[in-house]
Design a protein. Structure first.
Length: 254
């Protein structure tokens, strides 16, 4: 009889959580464990959606997340069709030890939004089950888990192609971040440029050519043409002139 009372109390606690918004910011964790990685954070005032048909241990509630999410997939996990290989892990940061947000399934509608060396940033919506601790179940000394994020790129550089600005080859050996519009340099009946893409500033002037040979999914470059992007890579002066070229390590839509 005592066990039945405990089960009833747990059910009532879960039901009350369904009916009322969260009173504080709460981590949604990958597993019903205090040290499990956080998949998302629900702000105070959010009413969590219980995951139908999923039973959670005492003190926990299984909740449903629907997205949209921004996450990362290793380039090797893409098929020739640029779909993700079913079963491949989709991680919350571009690191092999980053927590897995979900695994790819056949038919997932995933948009490629950035290239990060051996990783591709994707955006998608999908129902994912996570777990939150019920009020009173979380130890008072336990910190709220934080979501892992990609390392921030270096600060944006001064436009080295601006008139009167001398090119310092030593200073340009470190990777840096440039913002601008990606433009194709390929035009019919015109001589071929040294690179197929360039980065223009807001006035339409070229900041630098863009070498995309280090980005593995270059077949998707048409998605970036005529869009504002952040390009992260090493800037170098080109031989025989004042032009610059940035060897892109990552490319992300703004």
């Amino acid at each position: 009889m005592k066990v039945n009372h405990l089960l009833l109390a747990a059910a009532l606690a879960a039901a009350s959580l369904r009916a009322a918004p969260l009173t504080e910011t709460t981590a949604v964790q990958a597993r019903p464990e205090a040290n499990a990685p956080a998949l998302a954070v629900l702000k105070a005032g959010t009413e969590p959606t219980p995951a139908a048909g999923v039973t959670a241990p005492s003190g926990w509630l299984a909740v449903e997340l629907s997205g949209p999410y921004e996450a990362y997939v290793q380039n090797k996990d893409f098929l020739k069709s640029l779909d993700i290989h079913p079963g491949a892990p989709i991680r919350i940061a571009p690191k092999r030890d980053a927590p897995v947000l979900t695994k790819a399934e056949k038919g997932d509608a995933i948009e490629i939004i950035g290239l990060f060396g051996k990783w591709t940033q994707v955006k998608f919506s999908k129902k994912i089950v996570g777990y939150i601790q019920l009020p009173g179940a979380m130890p008072s000394a336990a910190p709220t888990p934080e979501i892992a994020t990609a390392p921030a790129p270096a600060p944006a550089p001064v436009n080295s192609n601006a008139p009167g600005h001398a090119v310092n080859s030593d200073a340009n050996t470190l990777p840096r971040l440039l913002e601008g519009k990606i433009v194709s340099t390929r035009h019919p009946f015109m001589p071929r440029r040294p690179y197929d893409f360039q980065l223009n500033d807001a006035s339409g002037s070229r900041l630098a050519y863009v070498d995309v040979s280090h980005l593995l999914l270059t077949a998707h470059m048409e998605n970036y043409i005529d869009h504002t992007v952040d390009v992260y890579g090493t800037v170098q002066p080109m031989d025989g002139g004042n032009d610059l070229v940035i060897t892109a390590e990552s490319l992300q839509l703004k």
